[in-house]
Ligand binder design. Structure first.
Ligand SMILES: C[S@@+](CC[C@H](N)C(=O)[O-])C[C@H]1O[C@@H](n2cnc3c(N)ncnc32)[C@H](O)[C@@H]1O
Length: 654
């Protein structure tokens, strides 16, 4: 071994990667020694050389040697022995491993990269089973994140793809430092991060289609450029997305479909959206994630399906369906359905306004937060279903049973419906601006069990227009705005509602019921909405002058959250009561924050509050009886009594 070179190998083309100088001292990286020739279509000239390969991606040396075309393994005897050991382990894993074995294995290995060497489906199985890991990333807490190398991304596309920005210790995004200290300043000492797996978490991807019909590229833009990075082996994608992308490329080549060219605005296929559904009631719950199926939406550069530019659309859909859809009983499909979206705009807005269902099932369902939720390709859905599920479980515990809930920025109403189902809410009102979400909500509502006696409604309205209207009569407000955070008018309304609830501001002269409703935006929202009444038909709007005492803020934009939090807590309108972060996008320096605010001034610190409650606070049983009484009053229609009791209970429990 005369001259050993330190290099990394690109696993797609097997040429040497540009950023070869990664941290080789990291214990998480394995080093293999080979002698051989670089192959592939990279510009680097094939030559015979000795190569030190840092094998941090999920390949055994044998797979690697075969794939790379390297001729000779020239590792030291320890490495050879280690390689043999790994091969033995692999063959063990390739047998069907039992659930408990898999779980034990994950724990034993500390979920290290070794577990990547098992087959894809086993890996998916493990990641699906992975319990959320909670880490606190205070200054002194870095050691508590003991998952070590599990948290490395190890993706071959990392150096060029803009999708991920960090590839080491993904369970410790840098932003957590700021988050922990911010929450500490606001009286929350135990802010922590829940992570639910580093790989294969993305169940929703929007990818650009560029290149040529002979060599299509499907992926994301390279940072700061208009070049598309092909990401066939993206580690964040659910494996079925990568399979579907491979199938789409094959179809493009076979049919000669022209990918879109931005410079000339020509070509046929602009983008593709891939959404995985893991809902499959014919499978045991444990197998559903790995067996997900993909809804493919082809964004076509044409006005509609009848235009001449669309002539290859149906043949493309048919090709995909023949190879990946449910065509035969003995065939396991990877596709759920195929849709088309038509977009001719010159902007880089991905979707146009027209959607067509082409093949497969038209409704895509997912089981989230204890409820069946329907999505169309035009509606918002969370990309990381496992992390969202963990967030919902925590969120549900923050809502008192029997509450009246309003959810602003509700999308298809996932949070609202899940609260109605799991927290026996008196009422749930969802407000969303995208009218495409209405059908999904309606379908989900039809699957809410009959035993759930809540008034559940969905209103198509801009939450920023007179938001105080939606807050009146609610006990709990849930907000889940886009990354830019809350509209200023919503922040203001939340402040006003909190002050009114504390008796610090006069109630509105325009209460919800005191006058015949004439405001056009409310009439419109009602007209465009969906409502399911309670069995007793009592209208929630009958309850006046109750203002929320709990605000639950789900945020995907950390900076906007800090801004909104500062405004909400100003003048003691609200104070922070709880905060927790979730890793929704491992590989990026971002967190999803779940923050709970309580109305008014913080009186004591949280832990002493808990202690004092134990000694002097309301006895839970009494509260339970009182709540029952309230609900009975509700059924009998004794509004005044009900509202009085609500106020009394709230005063007693804060
Ligand atoms: C982050 S998503 C959350 C959706 C939903 N909570 C979920 O998890 O599926 C934000 C939603 O807010 C909606 N939205 C944005 N601006 C809005 C506004 N001014 N009024 C009402 N909804 C709005 C978007 O259409 C989107 O559905």
């Amino acid at each position: 071994m005369a001259c050993l070179q330190l290099e990394q190998i690109c696993t797609s083309c097997f040429a040497l990667q540009r950023n070869a100088s990664r941290d080789l001292s990291s214990r998480s990286q394995r080093i293999w020694r080979f002698r051989g020739t670089d192959r592939g279509n990279c510009s680097s000239r094939p030559e015979r050389r000795n190569i030190l390969v840092t094998s941090s991606y999920p390949r055994t040396y044998r797979e690697l040697a075969k794939g790379v075309g390297l001729e000779e393994f020239i590792g030291s005897s320890t490495e050879t022995e280690q390689a043999r050991r790994e091969e033995r382990q692999n063959s063990k894993f390739s047998q069907k491993i039992s659930d408990s074995e898999a779980e034990q294995l994950r724990i034993r290995r500390g979920n290290t990269k070794q577990s990547q060497r098992i087959s894809n489906s086993d890996a998916a199985e493990l990641s699906r089973k992975a319990r959320p890991i909670e880490t606190n990333r205070g200054e002194n807490a870095s050691s508590s994140a003991s998952c070590g190398s599990t948290s490395d991304l190890d993706c071959e596309h990392f150096s060029r793809c803009s999708g991920c920005v960090i590839d080491k210790t993904l369970d410790k995004p840098h932003v957590m430092r700021d988050a922990v200290s911010f929450f500490k300043q606001n009286g929350i000492e135990d802010m922590a991060l829940t992570t639910c797996g580093t790989w294969e978490w993305r169940c929703r991807a929007k990818l650009a289609v560029r290149g040529t019909a002979e060599n299509p590229l499907i992926g994301l833009y390279e940072e700061g450029s208009h070049d598309i990075v092909d990401i066939p082996n993206c580690r964040a994608h659910h494996p079925r997305i990568n399979e579907a992308v491979g199938l789409l490329k094959e179809a493009i080549k076979a049919l000669g479909v022209q990918p879109y060219k931005e410079e000339t605005q020509t070509g046929q296929l602009r983008y593709v959206q891939m959404v995985v559904t893991t809902f499959n009631s014919s499978l045991p719950a444990a197998e559903r994630y790995a067996e997900g199926k993909v809804q493919v939406s082809l964004v076509w550069n044409a006005r509609d399906e009848k235009s001449i530019e669309s002539r290859l659309l149906q043949p493309l859909a048919d090709y995909l369906w023949r190879k990946g859809g449910k065509v035969r009983k003995d065939f396991t499909p990877i596709l759920h359905s195929v849709w088309a979206n038509f977009q001719t705009s010159r902007t880089n807005i991905i979707f146009g306004g027209k959607w067509r269902h082409l093949l497969g099932e038209d409704q895509l369902w997912e089981r989230i937060g204890g409820a069946d939720i329907c999505f169309t390709p035009a509606t918002f859905g969370q990309a990381n279903l496992q992390a969202f599920e963990a967030l919902l479980r925590r969120l549900q515990k923050k809502v008192r049973r029997g509450s009246a809930v309003v959810e602003l920025y509700a999308g298809v109403g996932v949070i609202g419906i899940s609260l109605a189902v799991t927290r026996a809410c008196r009422s749930v009102k969802c407000v969303e601006v995208n009218k495409e979400a209405k059908d999904s909500f309606q379908l989900s509502l039809a699957r809410v069990p009959a035993s759930v006696d809540s008034k559940i409604s969905w209103r198509c309205a801009d939450a920023s227009v007179s938001p105080i209207y939606w807050l009146d009569g609610a006990d709990v407000v849930v907000v889940d705005p886009p990354r830019k955070g809350l509209d200023p008018s919503v922040v203001e309304a939340l402040r006003v509602a909190a002050l009114r609830g504390q008796g610090k501001q006069k109630p509105s002269t325009l209460s919800n019921t005191s006058k015949v409703e004439k405001r056009p935006w409310i009439l419109r929202a009602k007209q465009d909405g969906v409502v399911k009444e309670t069995a007793t038909g009592v209208l929630e709007e009958d309850l006046d002058s109750v203002w929320p005492d709990t605000l639950i803020y789900v945020s995907c934009g950390w900076e906007s959250f800090k801004r909104d939090c500062a405004a909400l807590t100003e003048g003691d309108a609200w104070h922070l009561d709880d905060g927790h972060a979730f890793s929704f996008f491992p590989g990026t320096d971002s967190i999803e924050t779940l923050a709970v605010f309580k109305r008014g001034k913080r009186t004591e610190n949280k832990s002493s509050k808990k202690r004092s409650r134990r000694k002097t606070g309301p006895i839970p049983f009494v509260r339970k009886v009182a709540l029952q009484f309230v609900n009975d009053a509700h059924l009998k229609g004794i509004k005044e009594l009900r509202s009085f009791l609500h106020t009394a209970i709230r005063a007693n429990s804060t």
